[in-house]
Ligand binder design. Structure first.
Ligand code: ACM
Ligand code: ZN
Length: 553
């Protein structure tokens, strides 16, 4: 944790927008009514109603503990509600993730009906306090007062996700937890964990040990954008099932569900390097050392391939309590299926024929999706797939993740499928944040500044009756060109803050000027919590140590 003595003097400065005072809270609450005066949090007793569930009561206690540490004065937990206290109480009439906060001169009343509701109320209160509340050091001189305000809040979308590709580059358990920590600051509730790809298999599967003995390591990595190069450095890593359980538990404590992704039938070169018998030619295959899409994909002509997938998914479903399992489905080249006698036999047996819309091989992928979906459904869970699974006829009950722009999500919603919007144009956080490519760290390309993320409206292009199928929004962070945690955080922040307003705020509550003004406070939070972030909105570009002034726009 970094502690800046200078920031001790910083007080909460509300942004004034068309005559109305607003607060530095991100995502901004749905309803805020400012009062007059303030309540001093330093040393105020904390009442936790017996109606709170155990986890919520623990979160309230932890908040009291944190407050005591940073203010230097103990906040006692009290059994009877008194006048001048911070009170946590259940209000069963509130929706699951909703909360209310009432700050008056003589006390603070916080209400919610669920764990996530209480967590979000606490996050909102923390954002109204000096950023030192996110640290662990005493900041006696800071102004530990809340402005009098009445807040009534709930999210616009139920699904508020952030993805991380741990296959192209591996991030440690501690780094993943830190990623989850900042997601929780912004009230996200889903972590989409991309665990397998051509360049590495990252999850221990007990029945197939070679997946991690062989598939978790590659013989070097291409350098920069040179697809012919190899740095010659063996690279890899994986999560044991015990580590995964630990991360799932940690995320649950932050109100975050983890959805694992096992990408299939494409993006499987690392799996095939481990078990070549599940490929069309039988190999040998290698864990890929360069980016792009390998043509070595799972062979659906062989019954053994399905047994393999089902065994893997059984262990995955046993590990992850999430109701959804992501089965990938993106970018599956059909070259090997066209040449493979087993695949062609399967196509014939199933009576699959090319038509004006799709090839027989595309319909074969549809068959794979449907079989895997049935298996997952039979285990009481649901599938999510990238928008390619719409090619052919997906089975009812699949959820579509729209990544090639918004059209997949719109098509899915029009067909009555639930959809999650992750359009590359607005929420691919591997894209560059400024137009000055030479000043930015290495990137895949693209251009996605924080204001473009902020501007995204998920209902655009959707007719009224289809809107209910958009269950939420997620940003994706692919890591082909991101090898370090500092670079990862640079790509994440502050775009994650902008994403959170797309996910949380009703469109009439979004306001770029108000959000931009609050970024200064957000960066104090990042500094206190020890995150790297992009300072492009403040005219600086580059990773720490390489920061340069942006050219005037
Ligand atoms: C994707 O970006 N290939 C889903
Ligand atoms: Zn085959």
């Amino acid at each position: 944790m970094k502690f800046l003595a200078a920031s001790l003097m910083i007080v909460l400065t509300p942004f004034v927008c068309s005559g109305k005072k607003t607060l530095n809270i991100v995502p901004y609450p749905q309803k805020v009514e400012m009062g007059t005066g303030s309540f001093g949090m330093k040393g105020a007793p904390v009442f936790i109603s017996g109606s709170l569930d155990k986890m919520s009561a623990k979160a309230a206690e932890e908040f009291a503990g944190r407050l005591s540490t940073v203010t230097g004065k103990k906040n006692d937990i009290i059994k009877e509600q008194t006048k001048k206290c911070i009170s946590f109480d259940t209000d069963a009439s509130l929706a699951r993730e909703a909360y209310t906060i009432n700050v008056e001169r003589n006390g603070v009343r916080i209400s919610a009906s669920s764990y996530n509701g209480f967590l979000y109320a606490i996050q909102t209160i923390k954002q109204m306090l000096p950023a030192e509340i996110y640290g662990t050091e005493c900041a006696k001189g800071a102004r530990w007062k809340l402005p009098c305000v009445s807040i009534s809040d709930k999210p616009r979308f139920a699904y508020r996700g952030m993805h991380l590709d741990c296959a192209r580059h591996f991030f440690s358990v501690e780094e993943v937890k830190k990623y989850l920590d900042i997601m929780s600051v912004y009230k996200l509730n889903v972590f989409h964990w991309h665990l397998t790809d051509d360049q590495g298999w990252r999850i221990e599967i007990k029945k197939y040990p070679k997946l991690t003995e062989i598939g978790a390591y590659r013989n070097g990595t291409m350098a920069g954008h040179d697809f012919t190069s190899n740095d010659g450095i063996r690279y890899g890593g994986f999560y044991t099932q015990e580590e995964i359980k630990d991360v799932i538990k940690y995320a649950a404590g932050l109100g975050i569900t983890i959805i694992p992704e096992i990408d299939l039938p494409g993006h499987m070169a690392a799996a095939l390097a481990s078990y070549p018998e599940f490929g069309c030619t039988g190999g040998p295959y290698e864990v890929w050392t360069r980016w792009g899409i390998s043509k070595n994909v799972l062979c659906p002509g062989k019954e053994a391939s399905f047994k393999f997938i089902e065994d893997v998914l059984t262990e995955v479903m046993d590990l992850f309590p999430s109701e959804y399992i992501h089965i990938g489905g993106d970018e599956c080249p059909k070259d090997s299926w066209k040449e493979c006698p087993d695949c062609q036999k399967r196509i014939k047996e199933l009576g699959l024929k090319s038509d004006k819309n799709h090839s027989a091989e595309q319909y074969l992928q549809n068959y794979v999706t449907a079989r895997v979906q049935k298996f997952v459904n039979d285990h009481g869970k649901k599938i999510i797939g990238w928008d390619e699974i719409l090619e052919g006829n997906p089975a009812p009950g699949a959820t579509i993740m729209s990544w090639r722009g918004v059209k997949g999500g719109i098509q899915a919603a029009n067909m009555g499928f639930d959809a999650i919007m992750t359009p590359n144009k607005y929420v691919y956080f591997d894209y560059l944040q400024s137009k000055e490519k030479d000043k930015e760290p290495l990137a895949i390309g693209g251009y996605l500044p924080v204001d473009s993320v902020y501007a995204y409206e998920p209902y655009n292009g959707l007719k009224e009756s289809a809107r209910k199928y958009i269950i939420g929004v997620q940003a994706n962070l692919w890591t082909e060109y991101i090898a370090t945690n500092a670079h990862l955080e640079y790509n994440l922040l502050p775009r994650l803050a902008a994403l959170s307003e797309v996910q949380w705020c009703n469109s009439e509550n979004k306001n770029w000027a108000r959000f931009k003004a609050s970024l200064k406070h957000q960066t104090r939070i990042y500094d206190t919590m020890g995150y790297v972030y992009c300072k492009d909105v403040f005219g600086i570009i580059g990773l720490p140590g390489q920061e340069r002034k942006a050219s005037a726009k």
